[in-house]
Design a protein around this ligand. Structure first.
Ligand SMILES: Cc1cc2nc3c(=O)[nH]c(=O)nc-3n(C[C@H](O)[C@H](O)[C@H](O)COP(=O)(O)OP(=O)(O)OC[C@H]3O[C@@H](n4cnc5c(N)ncnc54)[C@H](O)[C@@H]3O)c2cc1C
Length: 431
């Protein structure tokens, strides 16, 4: 085939282009933003200023699409690390047991460095052009098939395939209406999730050499805190909650850490030197668009990444799902229907994990089904048991890093361990 056009040069668009360049003579990636030449923040991805963890599975998948990229990122300062042996994971109020790595190798890297390196690699591929300052305003279509895109200046750009990777604000639902198709059903979970972020200088002895702390929300305290070590001897610390977040001033930031159900961030913030400006972010809702359920959809068009599903960002799944979806583009016999069905199978587990976790919190509106109530009650006991059992902790993290599906937590050996542990639903986190 000749020409593919990708709308959006963020992670989903760039990784899609990395796959499409194997199938198309020419791939044009269009972004409305000014794309930085250095590894810098940009307007179109304001989330890059906040803790942005790359799950281990995402790291592995990006390396499949762009072989050797981990080594390139490490050469630029990214830190290799295993989420289990170098991380402090506190979920459901339980500090998970530590253990040797369980195949959870990954990278700690800022979003601008990661996206910058992915962009450099993709832009260097033969036949690929990544172009900035190009806003797509509509689709071209003929005889029920999408044949290209229209740009803001009115210029038509013909293509054999258009991939919409324009993020949660994607206009494909509207464009489908203009072409006489129904928009996809949209599932929404109202989150009102607020982030507040500051960076600090990282010293060798901080957190005894650990590289990450994740303190998840609990029903009693729907607040979270994350600290990730980054290139440039920095910590990025994001804290917040459902409906509230610390104010920008340092004392407010530190006081918020005191309210989290683990003292790790409090200890870190007590001595670390702040650098740069504080930042805030608001995510109103998680959104899933059910393209796989449409009965009519034009040939020549696909949608991917956050444009299909924008998860609760707290779970750090978006880039990993985008990478897994990009790989689907390489599969045989890819009609739009087949593509959407295959990526729906990728999205199902992370969407269930986030929605299940959110509905556990009384502040999130929505009625958990009786099955979800049961699963959440079991998960409470599982996490309590995982506080003392590295094997269970590893199992949980493999699900969180999207290697294994959630039922892996309920396999007979895991179930037996949890039941035998006699673990109560909540135990205090040791200081
Ligand atoms: C606060 C926050 C924290 C997050 N934390 C994590 C994390 O820890 N780990 C993780 O894996 N994921 C995280 N995510 C999600 C992650 O950022 C996204 O999943 C990832 O960027 C893939 O999104 P995307 O490429 O589909 O869309 P986006 O990143 O939203 O990019 C869309 C791109 O399309 C461009 N665009 C939009 N409209 C047009 C148009 N009409 N014409 C041309 N260009 C257009 C935009 O300029 C932009 O570059 C977080 C998200 C948020 C909001």
């Amino acid at each position: 085939m000749d020409h593919a056009v990708v709308i959006g040069a963020s992670m989903a668009g760039l990784l899609s282009a990395a796959a499409l360049h194997r199938l198309f003579a020419k791939v044009t990636v269009l972004d409305r933003d000014t794309l930085p030449t250095a590894d810098d923040h940009r307007r179109g991805t304001a989330q890059s200023r906040h803790a942005h963890g790359l799950l281990s599975r995402g790291c592995a998948t990006i390396n499949e699409l762009l072989p050797g990229i981990s080594a390139e990122l490490i050469a630029r300062g990214a830190l290799p690390g295993d989420a289990m042996s170098r991380g402090r994971n506190i979920h459901g109020g339980h500090r998970l047991a530590r253990g040797a790595g369980r195949g959870l190798d990954g990278l700690l890297v800022s979003r601008p460095l990661l996206e910058g390196q992915v962009r450099r690699r993709v832009a260097a591929m033969p036949g690929v052009r990544v172009t900035a300052g190009r806003t797509v305003t509509g689709l071209l279509a003929r005889e029920g098939r999408v044949t290209g895109v229209r740009l803001a200046d009115g210029e038509p750009l013909p293509a054999d395939l258009v991939v919409d990777a324009s993020g949660r604000g994607s206009r494909t639902p509207l464009w489908l209406g203009e072409l006489g198709h129904r928009p996809p059903h949209e599932e929404r979970i109202a989150l009102d999730l607020r982030y507040s972020t500051r960076e600090f200088r990282r010293r060798p002895g901080d957190l005894d050499g650990d590289l990450l702390v994740i303190i998840g929300p609990t029903p009693e305290r729907p607040r979270f805190g994350v600290a990730l070590a980054l290139e440039g001897e920095r910590w990025i610390v994001t804290m917040g909650g459902y409906g509230d977040a610390p104010g920008p001033a340092l004392p407010e930031f530190a006081a918020f850490a005191d309210t989290l159900p683990a003292p790790d961030l409090r200890h870190l913030l007590a001595t670390a030197e702040p650098v740069g400006e504080p930042r805030a972010y608001h995510t109103p809702a998680g959104i899933r668009r059910r393209y796989e359920r449409l009965t009519s959809f034009p040939e020549g068009l696909l949608v991917t990444g956050d444009a299909v599903c924008a998860f609760n960002p707290l779970y750090g799944q978006g880039m990993t799902v985008a990478a897994l979806e990009a790989k689907v583009l390489l599969e045989a016999e890819l009609t739009p229907r087949a593509f959407f069905r295959r990526i729906a199978r990728i999205v199902d587990a992370p969407w269930d994990i986030t929605v299940g976790g959110d509905l556990k919190l009384p502040v999130v509106a929505g009625e958990p089904s009786p099955r979800l109530r049961m699963v959440n009650a079991y998960l409470g006991r599982f996490l309590a048991a995982a506080a003392h059992d590295p094997e269970l902790a590893g199992r949980f993290l493999r699900v969180a890093h999207l290697y294994d599906p959630p039922p892996a937590l309920m396999s007979p050996p895991a179930l037996l361990k949890v039941l035998r542990s006699g673990a109560p639903r909540a135990v205090p986190v040791p200081a």
